[in-house]
Structures are given as structure tokens and as C-alpha cells.
Design a protein around this ligand. Structure first.
Ligand code: F6P
Length: 337
């Protein structure tokens, strides 16, 4: 067993996600409840490099559980990816007397967490680092769920439902880009939930004729006069797809890029609840002297795993959602079946 944990730092890094504040709150309240002091590190890993911090009490995190964004600000730090940057960050940990860090974020945040925990080990420092997955992309291999995904889905669905109203009135085709970086989780989930005509995702090679043109034709033959094509940002340019639709079918689609609106707004019930459980679990891991862990959600259970092992895991893409989408799109509607 190492020394008892006295003081920890908490930070949010990478793209923000609804529910990050709820996770910060859970970390702070759990820690304070066990006599551990908390320091908020602002602007992600760069805050550790630049000694940019704010002491946090249980009161400092009041009334943030319902707020989108992150009260600690966030950033992506290139300097932290260099050994020199990490050494400066460790110097800050030493100066502030931090025994542990809870890092809330996605893929890049976890690469940072792994790098600093290795660096600390090399430098003979006992710094325990725990990661909490929060990204609207839901693309972390070791966790079935990441904080923010559900809220982002709900925001995208609300926007697309509104788009559908006007597309229906004007009998138009809508081509909508949703976020997700290199992953199609958000697009597929949202596409299924809005009853999209087609969904294009990076995990599945696009067969434009079959997946888009024929789907629109089938919808038209079944009597539909508006169409919703949902495109993951990693699956190609929405403008090119709209132009191809115009060339192939002679209809003039309208393009909408939902963009950063998907990252804002109040966190959903699922995100608040998951963030609260994950924040609590992260501090319990530190209290049990389990450094270098990642908190994950697997089959509805929140657990902490060894960081190195967890980050080596890859997530199998749930392609059955695509099969379900295909089974439901236009089926049973066609006059020709
Ligand atoms: O990782 C979250 C995410 O919103 C991705 O979906 C998107 O590709 C990226 O961040 C956008 O990053 P930025 O905020 O730097 O434009």
C-alpha cells in the first residue's frame, strides 16, 4: 500500500461533452467526503503544465450537475505529448502535493493519462492517475458507454426532427452531417432513432447506388416525398453526397452540418447518472490505492480496469444496428412488395 491519498487534481480535456460537470461534481464530492482535498486543473493537461488551477470544495461544484460544457474549461495540448511538457506537468503535481489525478475525457485524454503515469513511474513519483471516459463519439474501446453520447444523440435527434418538418413541407431531401470523428456510432444511433432513409458511416464502405440512390427510389415508390440522409462526419463530405444525389436523381438536397451544437446543452438523465457513478468509482479506486486505472461501463456495470490493459482493448462496432436500420427503412411500405 502507498501513502494515504491527501490531495487530488481533477481535469477535463479534449472535446467537451454534456455530463463532464456532473463527473467533476461526483469526483469532488466523493473525495471531500473522505477527507481528500481537491484541486481543479483548468484547461486540461495544459493546465498542469502551466500551473493553472483552482482549489475546489463541495460547494464549488454546486448547481453544475445540470449544466453542459465544463466548469474547468478544456483544451487539447500538443506540449503535453512531449516529454518536456510532461516533466513540467509533474513539477506542478509535486509543487501542489497531488497524489492523484482524475482525467475526464476521450481518447486523447487517455493517451495523456497513460503518458504521464509512465513518466511519473520513470521519475520515481507515486502519482495515481484515473481516467473517466467522456466524449460524444462513444469511441473508447474499453467502455461500452462514454459520458455525453446520450445527450448528443438527443440533441441531434431534436434537430433532425425539426429538419424533417420543413423537408416534409417542401418535399425535399435533407443530407445531415453528425459528429463522431472517425466513428459512426453517433450517426447510426441517431439514424435509427429518426428513421433515416440512409445512414453513411465510416465502418461500412459506402455503396452509393445501393445505400443512397436505391433507398431514396424505394421511399419514393412507396409514396414518400421527403428523404433524410444521415452522414457521419468520418464517412465523407456531405456536400459531395448532396451533389451526387442531385446528379443521380435530379432532386436538389439541402445540406445541414449539425456541428458543435451536438456538444452543448444540459446532460440527459443517463449522462448525469453515469457521470455520478463514474466519478464516485474513480475516487474509490484512488482511495483503494489503485493507481493507473480507467473507469468503464460494461453491460451496465461501472468498474475500474488497469489502464494499460484497458487502452489496448478495441470495441467491436455494433453493425447489427445497421441491419436493423435496413430492415426498417421502407420495408413494408413499398407498393411493389
Ligand atoms: O471528439 C469530439 C468531437 O466533437 C468530434 O466528434 C469532432 O470530430 C471533434 O470533437 C471536433 O473537434 P473541435 O471541437 O476541435 O472542432
Amino acid at each position: 500500500m502507498g501513502d494515504k491519498i491527501k490531495r487530488i487534481g481533477v481535469l477535463t480535456s479534449g472535446g467537451d461533452a454534456p455530463g463532464m460537470n456532473a463527473a467533476v461534481r461526483a469526483v469532488v464530492r466523493t473525495a471531500v467526503g473522505q477527507g481528500i482535498e481537491c484541486v481543479g486543473i483548468r484547461r486540461g493537461w495544459s493546465g498542469l503544465i502551466n500551473s493553472d488551477f483552482v482549489p475546489l470544495t463541495g460547494n464549488s461544484v454546486s448547481r453544475i450537475i445540470n449544466r453542459g460544457g465544463t466548469m474547468l474549461y478544456t483544451a487539447r495540448s500538443l506540449e503535453f505529448m512531449e516529454e518536456e511538457g510532461r516533466k513540467k506537468a509533474l513539477a506542478t503535481c509535486k509543487l501542489l502535493g497531488l497524489d492523484g489525478i482524475v482525467a475526464i475525457g476521450g481518447d486523447g485524454t487517455f493517451r495523456g493519462a497513460l503518458a504521464i503515469s509512465r513518466q511519473a513511474g520513470k521519475d520515481g513519483m507515486n502519482l495515481r492517475v484515473v481516467g473517466i471516459p467522456a466524449t460524444i463519439d462513444n469511441d473508447i474501446g474499453c467502455s461500452h458507454y462514454t459520458i455525453g453520447f446520450d445527450s448528443a444523440c438527443n440533441t441531434a435527434i431534436e434537430c433532425i426532427d425539426k429538419l424533417r418538418d420543413t423537408m416534409q413541407s417542401h418535399e425535399r431531401c435533407s443530407v445531415v452531417e453528425v459528429m463522431g470523428r472517425h466513428a459512426g456510432n453517433l450517426a447510426l444511433y441517431v439514424g435509427l432513432a429518426v428513421g433515416a432513409t440512409s445512414v453513411l458511416i465510416p465502418e461500412r464502405p459506402v455503396d452509393f447506388e445501393n445505400d443512397v440512390v436505391e433507398n431514396i427510389r424505394r421511399a419514393r415508390l412507396a409514396g414518400t416525398t421527403h428523404y433524410m440522409v444521415v452522414v457521419a462526419e468520418g464517412a465523407g463530405s456531405v456536400y459531395d453526397i448532396a451533389a451526387q444525389i442531385k446528379d443521380s436523381l435530379g432532386i436538389d438536397p439541402r445540406v445541414t452540418v449539425l456541428g458543435h451544437i451536438q456538444r452543448g446543452g444540459a446532460p440527459s438523465a443517463r449522462d448525469r447518472e453515469t457521470a455520478s457513478r463514474m466519478g464516485y468509482t474513480a475516487v474509490q479506486a484512488l482511495v483503494a490505492d489503485k493507481g493507473n486505472r480507467i473507469v468503464v461501463s460494461k453491460d451496465g456495470r461501472i468498474r475500474d480496469l488497469d489502464m494499460e490493459e484497458a487502452l489496448a482493448e478495441t470495441k467491436e462496432f455494433q453493425m447489427e444496428r445497421y441491419d436493423i436500420l435496413e430492415a426498417l427503412t421502407n420495408n413494408g411500405m413499398s407498393r411493389f412488395r
